[in-house]
Design a protein around this ligand. Sequence first.
Ligand code: ADP
Ligand code: MG
Length: 603
Amino acid sequence: MSRIQKLSGILANQISAGEVVERPASVVKELVENSLDAGATKIDLDIDQGGMRLIRVRDNGSGVHPDDLVLALSRHTTSKIKELNDLEKINTLGFRGEALASISSVSRLALISAVANNTGWQVQGEGIEQELQSSPAAHPQGTTIEVRDLFFNTPARKKFLRTEKTEFEHIDELIKRMALSSFDVNFTLKHNQKLVRQYRAAHSEVEREQRVSSLCGQGFMDNVLKIESEMPGLKLSGWVALPTFSRAHADLQYFYVNGRIVRDKLVNHAVRQAYQDVLYGNRHPAFVLFLDIEPQQVDVNVHPTKHEVRFRESRLVHDFIFHSIQDALAHIRPGQCGIAPPAVNLVTGEITIPAEQPRHTHPEKSFSSYIPEQRTLPFKVREQMAAYQHLHAPLVAENLIQQEQADTIIPPLGFALAQLRNIFILAENAEGLVLIDMHAAHERVLYEQLKKNFSERRLISQPLLVPLTVKLSEREMNILDGHEQAFQQMGLRIERMGQETLVIREVPDVLRDSNLEQLLRDIASDLIENEKSTRIDERIDHCLATMSCHAAVRAQRKLTIPEMNALLRSMENTKHSGQCNHGRPTWTQFSIAELDRLFLRGQ
Ligand code: ADP
Ligand code: MG
């Protein structure tokens, strides 16, 4: 063994660089974060050869004081924290004081900066240990940092770089993510002297939405629910896509904590769970969400690249995110204020939601407080009502009583006209024609009903005639041990019998036929991972969903008009009724104007 010796400063910096400087995009991230921390409202990026030759970031922020220029490039130097206390309430993106030192140890770096009412100064680091000198240089207020020849002195690192195109794509994606949260900053991005992106500062709500739509696509913006949810110390805002806009990959998921993009297991779990009921197996939700939380409540000093965070009250944050999104999704029902049903293009079969539709904010009213619009009932519906009034008194009666009271009430889904191929219901409402997939709709209605019934009686579960013995590892046993209470609440009574054995004595009715051993194991591994498990709920929901799928009216069954109307009314009173249990739409609307266009009327 060799003897211990102290590493040279440059080598120590190069080792740190290994953590934060993986590729050109990581340099860009650090530099742009510094510009944002300096309060810049304009950030211009010049990239050459995917950033391998040059990365230049110019901002109009506060600038670096001339006396601090050399310090800025040293290790463990920062203007953002002073003492341990500050570390517990970080409100800047940076604070570790190592980015510039690390970057300058593996590149040729120049820093030119000017503070207000002062001329500019510059300093250059060359990736070698040296006494740095600053010298005057012309520069308006703000800072320019140039990073040339990244990894010129660390060839091993350089080998890991990909093509110019790939490296630039990483930078492009990174700027996109930053532009998505820093709305009031103007960004330009040039590659090989060509302007590739320009994101203008967005101040109003409309401008912000335009920016999101230019970054995430108009399709996303046309299919979102706006989230605006608050509780003391926590605020969640942004946009989540309708379940019908789900994606095959988790590629449209942006989550920011106090302006910092994070990839967090807890957050992902909360979002996923909120969509659980309305998304198909492997589909992924799309969202752009901003969580604002008191800096004391979140630890950002978990990882050198600060992609991960730790919440002090993780349970609370998890449930807050979950409920905020679930709430918004639960209120997607036909006719909900501003929520447009998916429209089907009859020619291409594509499903879209018209862009001009007003967007959904948090639901204030549901159908129980549905306020009818004072419009006259479409002629066809009047005729129908008259025809069926005497035939199907009990079912239609309720509608008719309302009808008499206001003479003009049309429920959001209107009244059934006919059934097509015994699969679809055609109905007429104030907008025009409504088309409903009866099986999908009924399935959702039943599922929600079953869930409601179940949750009202869930504490009553049945003792097993023959208690089930389950073998688990000691680690699994220990983790389950502290949670008996929680199991009981979910209708599951378990008892520990020995080191590695437990018995299940009672289970909720619907879970009788489940693989209980597997369930317990899954719960244990959830608890080890997340300190919480939602398996039982998920399993129950899954059983209920299967039951409702089997119980729902099968396509190919003839329904009477009153039966169809009864289904429409239940849909209006059911949460999530815009999608079936698998996330497919249950209904769609054709307005008279759309039908007119289809037949070229008035042209
Ligand atoms: P950190 O951001 O963690 O403080 P850095 O190494 O990234 O560490 O930067 C060191 C210091 O240099 C910062 O604390 C800041 O004072 C200064 N600095 C860096 N970039 C800029 C900039 N664009 N504008 C103003 N000051 C800057
Ligand atoms: Mg920094």
